[in-house]
Design a protein around this ligand. Structure first.
Ligand code: NI
Length: 185
């Protein structure tokens, strides 16, 4: 089932999300619906707050990046209760976008490696380093669990430049190919 994606300005995007446990109701259905929603909107990652659930869960399918980033091939994963243990490496810029901010794309600086502790869809605990574009997508989705969107990381000048577009998104004055929920009415 395709779920509506919450837009910038919706209060759920500002919350710090909560851990879940194995008993979370119909988790498999939720995960399936999140992948379906993400593919429908042509995204590579989707965090639960973006479908209005303030829980620590995100899904990633980085395959669309495969052409330029070989590490992205067949990278399809579910991350439950993730925790960033460490971020290392040089900061690099990558042009990010977000399904909650349609048609906004800006270069964001982040470190190149991330050590993540998380559970997979079977609640198996893992601790792994991710690099390159995979680290990037994980850092972006992880931010959503902390109530942060990528535009929060831009310079004040860039934010000023984007102000009208961001206000249009907050107010629902945009056209978008997928279904969205707006915070302000
Ligand atoms: Ni996003």
């Amino acid at each position: 089932m395709i779920l509506p994606i919450v837009a910038l300005g919706h209060p759920t995007l500002k919350k710090v999300a909560q851990d879940i446990d194995k008993d979370y109701p119909e988790l498999n259905v939720l995960i399936e619906n999140m992948f379906e929603t993400m593919y429908n909107a042509e995204g590579v990652g989707l965090a639960a707050p973006q479908i209005n659930k303030s829980i620590r869960l995100f899904v990633i399918d980085a395959n669309p990046y495969e052409k330029y980033y070989p590490e992205a091939k067949d990278f399809k994963k579910v991350f439950i209760n993730p925790q960033i243990i460490s971020e290392e490496g040089e900061e690099w810029y990558f042009n990010e976008g977000c399904l909650s901010l349609p048609d906004v794309h800006e270069d964001v600086a982040r470190k190149s490696k991330v050590l993540l502790r998380y559970m997979d869809e079977n609640f198996q605990e893992k601790e792994e380093w991710f690099e390159g574009v995979l680290a990037r997508v994980i850092q972006h989705e992880y931010d959503h669990l902390e109530g942060v969107v990528f535009t929060d990381r831009l310079s004040n000048v860039t934010k000023l430049f984007l102000r009208k577009r961001l206000n249009d998104i907050r107010g629902g004055n945009i056209r978008c190919d997928y279904k969205m929920t707006f915070g302000k009415r």
